[in-house]
Design a protein around this ligand. Structure first.
Ligand code: SAH
Length: 263
């Protein structure tokens, strides 16, 4: 943690800003220049502990790291600092609009102090996990696709199952975020059982862990061979549509979904 010098304190009075930025999936080269510029101008960076840990400390910058379960408190804190004149950047991994802080900030704006609505608030996109993972193995999301958060922290499990069924019926390729955590060890196994039952084919499933970091591991296998313990909270899971196929070659196969479908 660093504390701003007096000069920064003067700048704070000039008018605050709130930027909600995506840091991409992990590698520094996947942070957009626009996000880097916003971070360089920040007086305060706010976010979940591992995301704030990706920001280098420097004089004039205060880092506010908090636990995962306090999104609304974190959003209110960011809005309060911006309304006091700070240059605030709220950081998310990937894209801030994908199961991340942008919606939490807007929930806080909607329910909060009327003057928060008039703040200078901008959302800066980032490369979301499913797109970084897809690029690693070819083009599995090359036709129509959807993204589903498999956590039932903020919605009932029955709704997740309904969306899985309908997404298979619509023949989307899918990206699954938050597939499995220590607090929710069972759900992903139930999701896999359901998907194996309703798909019944050998479409590929991809387990992409810690994409673009040193810990990256990508596994490509037929859906029917997938096991619950292949996923954890650092994994995004991609499931092909009925037309997704593999090009075998030396080394890992290329996975792609053709751009056209004929009925
Ligand atoms: N806003 C983020 C998603 C946050 S939800 C984004 O756009 O990517 C957190 C989930 O994202 C994790 O449980 C995992 O499913 C996925 N995820 C984030 N970073 C990842 C990475 N580098 N590799 C694989 N999955 C990742």
């Amino acid at each position: 943690m660093t504390f701003p010098p007096a000069r920064e304190k003067l700048q704070r009075r000039a008018g605050g800003t709130l930027v909600i930025a995506g840091l991409g999936p992990g590698h520094v080269n996947l942070i957009t220049p626009e996000v880097s510029t916003a971070l360089a101008a920040a007086t305060d960076v706010i976010g979940y502990i591992p995301y704030v840990a990706r920001i280098a400390p420097r004089p004039g910058l205060t880092l506010h790291a908090s636990d995962n379960r306090v999104e609304i408190d974190r959003a209110q804190h960011a809005l309060q600092l911006a309304s006091e004149g700070c240059q605030v950047v709220v950081v998310s991994s990937g894209d801030p609009g994908v199961f991340a802080m942008a919606s939490a900030v807007f929930e806080a704006v909607e329910a909060g102090a009327p003057e928060w609505r008039n703040l200078d608030i901008r959302v800066l996109p980032g490369i979301t996990a499913m797109l970084a993972a897809a690029a690693r193995c070819g083009a599995p999301l090359g036709h129509d696709f959807c993204a589903i958060n498999l956590s039932d922290n903020l919605k009932p499990w029955s709704l997740i199952e309904k969306r899985l069924r309908l997404a298979v019926e619509a023949d989307f390729a899918m990206g699954f975020y938050n597939p499995r955590s220590n607090a929710r060890p069972e759900g992903f196994g139930r999701a896999l059982t359901l998907l194996k039952q309703i798909c019944r084919d050998q479409r590929p499933i991809i387990f992409a862990r810690a994409v673009s970091t040193e810990a990256e591991v990508i596994k490509i296998l037929p859906l029917q061979d997938a096991q619950p313990d292949m996923a954890d909270m650092r994994t995004v899971v991609l499931l092909g549509s009925s037309t997704t196929r593999l090009i075998e070659r030396a080394g890992p196969p290329l996975v792609y979904t053709p751009r056209s479908v004929s009925l």
